[in-house]
Ligand binder design. Structure first.
Ligand code: CTP
Ligand code: MG
Length: 218
């Protein structure tokens, strides 16, 4: 099954506290974004890459990646709007949506995800949480949640494109802003998304401490 990879890089990385967009930070001699671009460029089932970047980064991105990826577009002010713009450029029936802020990608996991989405139409990589997670009640602890029933959602997330497009359109019409795309499919379509167990090393670079961790992982 062939798919379009939508690589998201249109954020600003504000939580790193650095002056630059985190996807351009070099870790072990390579930009964070390049780990994703190189992976999908080489993956056997990836037939198209749509790279979504911010207005600020467009000139640099165009100069660097126009020969490497198929489409470069500017994103929106939210991750959700960036995804939606990317979906509208994808030409294949299936899409994999990936946060380039997650540079560690295992081919095995992607192959399993691709197999899974053929049956399920919506599927994400995810890992079981390791910490005990507790609800809070003001400054007191509330109920402890069952770790065995809790997943931390990762990317890529894989979809039959028309399904995820429909979910995005309904979310937009309802002014609903979600945090990931399986969440939109769950809420706005009659398909219940599935999951494939990912890898704990596939962390998202969010704060600057994550750079030290990624130096070891990548
Ligand atoms: N992203 C995007 N368009 C946006 C916001 C985010 O394409 N308007 C992308 C980011 O580039 C990143 C991914 O979505 O690869 C996950 O988002 P997040 O980790 O929140 O990145 P940022 O929004 O850049 O970081 P922050 O929230 O700290 O500003
Ligand atoms: Mg963000």
């Amino acid at each position: 099954m062939k798919y379009t990879a939508i690589i998201l890089a249109a954020g600003s990385g504000s939580r790193t506290g650095l002056e630059m967009n985190k996807v351009f930070i070099e870790i072990n001699g390579k930009k964070v974004l390049d780990y994703s671009v190189d992976f999908f460029k080489n993956h056997k089932d990836c037939n198209e890459i749509v790279l979504v970047c911010s207005n600020n980064d467009f000139n640099f991105i165009y100069a660097t990646y126009s020969e490497v990826v198929d489409v470069i577009i500017t994103g929106g002010s939210t991750r959700q709007s960036s995804v939606y713009k990317g979906l509208n450029k994808a030409t294949l029936d299936y899409v994999l949506i990936h946060d380039s802020a997650r540079p560690f990608i295992l081919e095995d996991c992607i192959n399993q995800l691709v197999e899974n989405v053929k049956e399920t139409k919506a599927s994400t990589l995810a890992v079981f949480v390791k910490d005990t997670i507790v609800n809070i009640n003001g400054n007191r602890l509330g109920k402890t949640l069952h770790r065995s029933e809790l997943l931390a959602i990762q990317t890529p997330q894989a979809f039959y494109k028309d399904l995820v497009l429909k979910a995005h359109e309904k979310a937009r019409d309802n002014a609903y802003l979600g945090t990931d795309d399986t969440g939109l499919v769950a809420r706005f379509t009659n398909v219940t998304p599935a999951y494939v167990i990912g890898d704990y090393r596939s962390i998202k670079l969010t704060t600057k401490e994550d750079i030290d961790i990624l130096k070891v992982i990548l």
